[in-house]
Design a protein around this ligand. Structure first.
Ligand code: COA
Length: 266
């Protein structure tokens, strides 16, 4: 498998394994906390990933053994005035939106602490795998603030309003097994297998028609914020558009001819 390291960022390690980009946040002194600079680097890296036709999926994780992302950088939060606080919230939301609205799958490999902005980053990914040592939570109220990178909106949509409110209002941290039980992560895997499992998941998706994969992501992500009748129309629109693609004809023909499909993104 081809592996290339791209040493472009101060706080990120970015690696490509064939069509999968692996982005690791790396700020070891603060357990990978997100400062403004790191958010900017993530935004840039995600933009490049979105624009790069050679890349079909992204895995987001934290460097080191202990932490995915420990949260927003509390050193920066401590000196914000109200205007700056609103601005950093809008900025973080914009960066996380760029992950959620990608039409290529983004998988969080939660390899340890995922608090505050780290948990919110995982929530913005399309799927979440966790290692057995993962701990997730939105402890902001214990600091006298609220989640500001989409946590008050995405957590209830993922695990239900009652569970989300309990977690956000208490700031309680949940271990991997509970996170799996409530649907906060898709599944838990042994620590040493986390990256391989995330790669396997990415590769299973990459076998499928890329236009169909993009349509599913857009239909689920954008459709999820529409009233159901509008979302259903949206789904039908994609169903219709895909019927004009060569890939759809190839996929159906390959099934009838009992052979694997060769999709060409056309
Ligand atoms: N922002 C800035 N620095 C952070 C940080 C954050 N979110 N999380 C951890 N750090 C720093 C610690 O201050 C410490 O720095 P120091 O070595 O200069 O003292 C270093 O990272 C290691 O953290 P430490 O607390 O010693 O490690 P631990 O294993 O005992 O605990 C955590 C790890 C993640 C449980 C604990 O650091 C923590 O609760 N962090 C804050 C989590 C949080 O509230 N996030 C939401 C922010 S909105």
């Amino acid at each position: 498998m081809e592996t290339a390291t791209i040493p472009t960022y101060k706080n990120l390690q970015v690696e490509r394994r064939d069509a999968v980009t692996i982005l690791s946040v790396s700020r070891p002194d603060v357990l990978n906390a997100l400062n403004r600079e790191t958010l900017g680097e993530i935004e840039d890296c995600v933009r490049r990933f979105r624009e790069d036709d050679s890349q079909g999926a992204m895995i987001l994780t934290g460097a080191g053994e202990k932490s995915f992302i420990s949260g927003a950088d509390i050193n920066e939060l401590a000196v914000l005035n109200p205007r700056e606080a609103e601005d950093i919230s809008r900025f973080g939301q914009r960066v996380l939106d760029s992950i959620e609205t990608a039409v290529k799958p983004v998988i969080a490999a939660v390899n340890g602490y995922a608090f505050g902005g780290g948990c919110e980053l995982a929530l913005a990914c399309h799927m979440r795998l966790a290692s057995e040592n993962a701990v997730l939570g939105l402890p902001e109220v214990s600091l006298g603030i609220i989640p500001g990178y989409g946590g008050t909106q995405r957590l209830p949509r993922l695990v239900g309003r009652g569970r989300a409110l309990e977690l956000i209002l208490t700031g309680r941290r949940v271990k991997a097994d509970e996170a799996e039980r409530i649907g906060l992560v898709n599944r838990v895997v042994p620590r040493e297998q986390l990256l391989d499992e995330a790669l396997k998941l990415a590769q299973a998706i990459l076998k499928n028609g890329p236009l169909a994969v993009a349509a599913v992501l857009e239909s689920v992500t954008r459709g999820g914020s529409l009233p159901l009748p509008d979302a259903l129309r949206f789904e039908s629109g994609f169903f219709g558009i895909l019927a004009a693609s060569e890939d759809m004809h190839e996929g159906l023909k390959a099934f009838l001819e009992k052979r694997p499909a060769k999709f060409q993104r056309k």
